[in-house]
Design a protein around this ligand. Structure first.
Ligand code: KIV
Ligand code: NA
Length: 266
């Protein structure tokens, strides 16, 4: 089988079919999601906190993400792999955006890139699409702007903010984006945007009316420690499973139970 394409995603919207996207940061986990039939995998800059141990997404670099993009591409056969342009890799100029997006496709092997922002990134989106690079947009809460937004809170509340988000979404579609992530926006607004666009919307904390839904894989699988946001549904308890396995292994080594005769060579 071939990989999923951006055309497949547009066709799914026309048929009214919903789909799921997950983040992935390494080949092994990506391979599991590929086998599960997840059509789109995002090598998110959320790798910063979820994979590389940073406090937020601001510090992660192109070079760091490129390693992960290559791994996810190598680990998958069917999923469309989207590489997330990190903070500072596309804001400086259209030329900078083109250069870095090109690296993700050419060196990384990704099939598309993602960037954050509305009106301010339209020139970048147009130029990338023109150059043959499929672009996923991302509006609402844009974590790379956390220091301007002053925290992680719901966006697009109130009529003016809502109209601005709708205008941004339409302008991004017009500029050639193949999909738009809506993060932390009221469900009613996400529905309005979804109905106003012919490209798919991908919700995260944006209610049930989007064409697709995305979650950070560690949140979805219960690997993330501590309290997760209200919008997260935890489908497994991977952290407990690993914690138990590591504790039992250590205990069996201490007690001389492992390795046993059956694990030994003579
Ligand atoms: O980096 C990321 O994981 C994301 C998704 C949550 C959309 O941008
Ligand atoms: Na991101």
């Amino acid at each position: 089988g071939r990989r999923v394409t951006t055309r497949d995603l547009l066709a799914a919207k026309q048929r009214g079919e919903r789909w799921a996207m997950l983040t992935a940061y390494d080949a092994r986990i990506a391979g599991v999601f590929d086998e599960a039939g997840i059509p789109v995998l995002l090598v998110g800059d959320s790798a910063a906190d979820n994979h590389l141990g940073y406090d937020n997404t601001v510090p992660v670099t192109m070079d760091e993400l490129l390693v992960l993009v290559k791994a996810v591409v190598r680990g998958t056969r069917r999923s469309l792999v989207v590489a997330d342009l990190p903070f500072g890799s596309y804001q400086v100029s259209v030329a900078q955006a083109l250069e870095n997006a090109t690296r993700f496709l050419k060196e990384g092997g990704a099939q598309a890139v993602k960037l954050e922002g509305g009106h301010r990134v339209l020139p970048q989106v147009e130029a990338m699409v023109e150059a043959g690079i499929p672009v996923m947009a991302h509006i609402g809460l844009t974590p790379q702007s956390v220091h301007v937004l002053g925290g992680y809170r719901v966006q697009g509340r109130g009529p003016e903010a809502a109209e601005q988000l709708l205008r941004d979404a339409k302008a991004l579609e017009e500029a050639g984006a193949f999909a738009v992530v809506l993060e932390l926006v009221p469900a009613e607004l996400a529905q309005r945007i979804t109905e106003s666009l012919s490209i798919p919307t991908i919700g995260i904390g944006a209610g049930p009316h989007c064409d697709a839904q995305v979650l950070v894989w560690g949140d979805m699988a219960g690997l993330t420690p501590g309290k997760t946001p209200k919008f997260v549904k935890q489908y497994a308890d991977v952290r407990s499973v690993l914690l138990g396995a590591a504790r039992r292994f250590a205990e069996e080594v201490r007690d001389g139970v492992y390795p046993g005769e059956e694990h030994s060579y003579h």
